[in-house]
Write a protein that binds this ligand. Structure first.
Ligand SMILES: *Cc1c(COP(=O)(O)O)cnc(C)c1O
Length: 356
């Protein structure tokens, strides 16, 4: 039976990424060696990093005064690395979920953190609006897509201070105006590559303002100067990321991906809104994510949750269980997920409604 992969992360990758990476595990770039056993400084691998960097620039329209880094440590290391490199007096954060909270916790080790808005009062089922970003903050941090709750900031916000965004789960899903951001970072395992590589897009002139000493590995400047080769970068995930970037370009770039993502999300949200057994778990409909679509059973039908899970599983739906802090279901519709998979899930929801 065909499997439909709705995992939230690590998650579905393009077939091309998996096939090309499988080939390179055996014979990388006609070297007769595996990509796992070549030097990261070999000319063949340096070419991989260079091409991945170029495709980042091209696909996201990144200006020349920004650097692109491929690091280890996951987005979670960035929660600390951002304040280490930017925090002088005070930072501002928007609290939109578990990942935001983890980022806030790290920043608090450096001093005053102003949380300008929070949706924790309603279990993060909306994006706070109408908040004020303090002019005296060193930077303002947001999580653009809240992977667990299915809410998303779908436009580039205006910030009077340098804007830092965790885009782990929506990078490459929609066009973004890079100039509005000082730093964009994310773990690659949601929409780009297997786990192990973290991307950072950083405006070069944002650095150099902190007074304290920085551990070498946690200093962005180290990695900018050495073009991600200060230490051994995650070679295999970077190779895979390059394949995804090539695929994205071949499929028409980010604008096409965005159109497909909207189409997929609309199809599923329409069914959630129509189907008497399911409802959206997000309060403000405009905040509904196009990457992670969360839904729960309607009132009076809560007892059918596990029956639906079993039925959907029997039809090949993988990874649709909601995060334990929200319950219900979550279908992640990342770039690589085909429309067919969403159609298949919609049919399963319709069939299930008829059965009950
Ligand atoms: C998954 C995720 C993280 C954590 O990423 P790691 O690479 O596992 O550290 C952080 N932020 C968001 C928005 C995520 O979806």
């Amino acid at each position: 039976m065909k499997k439909h992969n709705f995992y939230a992360g690590p998650s579905i990758l393009p077939e091309l990424t998996i096939n090309e990476t499988a080939k390179a595990v055996v014979n990388f770039s006609d070297t007769g060696l595996s990509v796992m056993e070549v030097s990261h400084r070999s000319k063949e691998f340096v070419a991989v990093v260079d091409e991945a960097t170029e495709l980042f620039k091209e696909l996201l329209n990144i200006p020349d005064n920004y650097s692109i880094l491929f690091l280890g440590g996951g987005a979670s290391t960035q929660f600390a690395m951002v304040p280490f490199n930017l925090f002088v007096n005070k930072a501002a954060y928007l609290n939109t979920g578990a990942w935001s909270k983890k980022a806030i916790k790290e920043a608090k080790m450096f001093g005053e953190v102003e949380v300008v808005g929070s949706s924790e009062d309603r279990n993060f089922n909306y994006i706070p609006k109408g908040y004020t970003i303090p002019q005296n903050a060193d930077y303002f941090h947001i999580t653009t897509n809240n992977t667990i709750y299915g809410t998303e900031i779908k436009h580039d916000i205006e910030s009077p201070v340098p804007l830092v965004a965790d885009m782990s789960s929506d990078i490459f899903s929609r066009p973004i105006d890079i100039k509005k951001y000082a730093i964009i970072y994310g773990g690659a395992q949601k929409n780009l590559a297997p786990a192990g590589v973290t991307f950072v897009i950083i405006k070069n002139d944002i650095l150099g303002k902190v007074k304290h000493h920085l551990p070498t590995m946690l200093n962005y400047q180290t990695h900018i100067d050495k073009e991600s080769m200060f230490n051994t970068p995650p070679v295999l995930p970077i190779f895979a990321a390059l394949q995804t970037l090539k695929w994205l370009k071949k499929e028409g770039g980010i604008e096409s991906a965005h159109k497909r993502n909207i189409q997929k999300a609309q199809l599923l949200y329409d069914e959630i809104d129509r189907n008497s057994l399911f409802k959206t778990s997000v309060d403000d409909l405009e905040d509904r994510s196009i990457m992670n679509i969360c839904f729960v059973m309607t009132h009076g039908n809560e007892d059918k949750e596990s029956a639906f899970f079993d039925y959907a599983s029997s039809k090949g739906m993988i990874g649709i269980k909601g995060h334990r802090s929200v319950g219900g279901f979550r279908a992640s519709t990342y770039n690589a997920l085909p429309l067919d998979s969403v159609q298949a899930l919609v049919e399963v929801m319709q069939d299930f409604e008829k059965k009950y």
